[in-house]
Design a protein around this ligand. Sequence first.
Ligand code: DCP
Ligand code: CA
Ligand code: CA
Length: 365
Amino acid sequence: MSLEPPFRKIIHVDMDAFFASVEQLDQPELRGVPLAVGGGGKRGVVAAASYEARAFGVRSAMSGIIASRLCPQLIFVPPRFERYKEVSAQISTIFHQHTDLVEPLSLDEAYLDVTHHKKGNPSASLIASEIRKEILKLTGLHASAGISINKFVAKIASDINKPNGQKTIPPEEVLSFLENLDIRKFFGIGKVTADKMYGLGIFTGADLKLKSEDYLETHFGKNGRYYYRAVRGVHHSEVSPERIQKSVGAERTFSENISSEVFLEGKIIALAEELSKRLGRSKLSGKTITLKLKYADFNTQTRSKTLPYFIADKDLITAAATELLYQEVLSNSVRLLGISMGKLNNEKKEAIKGPPVSVQLNIDF
Ligand code: DCP
Ligand code: CA
Ligand code: CA
């Protein structure tokens, strides 16, 4: 039984103890001590635990009460999401120096397709170690990585040598790797499913492979077909980059400030027409309409509304924006009016398609 092409070179990068490590980086007095990041302190839930805290059994999603029972000296700090986003943007910049095919899964992890590396390095393993070094240099934080032929295996692999490590599962080892793997480690198999599999005598990939596709479908619905394929190394899901465009807008600054809603209504019609044309040119539609009002005193106000469906038509945009206009009284005369459309339908359309993938088996990993 051999693997089916296409074979891609996929890297999954995941930051180590992300929130906790950022806190330890920024506050040196927190280094080396058991630390939990979480909203409500002891009364809340642990979002992230430092490795020192994990030694006591403290884990993400655990209640603060239980965590402090396991580790009485545990220090709680509140999360600082803006800071985590900043680090996330830094690592994203590094990823994009290597490939455009970057798919973030959350603030601290992403898939990268490096089949065609920007700097021409043929070894995905070496690219991963380069990326981890660059992350450390730029952010001061450690990351781990998994490298393999598809997202499924790369994701599982990134946990193996964590923290501050990486693991490559080259094409010729994918099948035996999956056969020997505890199904609890399979990405996409949660605790409930894992318990059910254990009940059916399925403990490892090898056990899973003995079951027919129909059997798995009977017991696990359409996920069963996914498991059937994944354990055979078949997982063709592409790395699909985040959409580039988040919103489209049109705005106008008036030569004379406007203090009457009725006059603004007329301006809305013109802006809606322009916005609708822009959307049309990019073949886009959106669900969230935002009206921006900049007042004579330069205060800016935005009012938004999200519809249950996508629109691009000028009359529908006009109607929604006019409704926002009358939502509350103007606090001053208006010098600038803008309408923008967000929640665009381009998530898939904008995905950059990678070049054709390599089909020979003995590619460099
Ligand atoms: N997070 C959270 N709530 C959870 C799990 C995670 O708020 N239930 C946050 C805090 C983590 C971050 O997301 O720091 C990343 O989650 P990970 O699952 O990647 O966990 P860590 O990065 O903390 O640890 P690891 O080193 O195991 O990746
Ligand atoms: Ca992580
Ligand atoms: Ca993560």
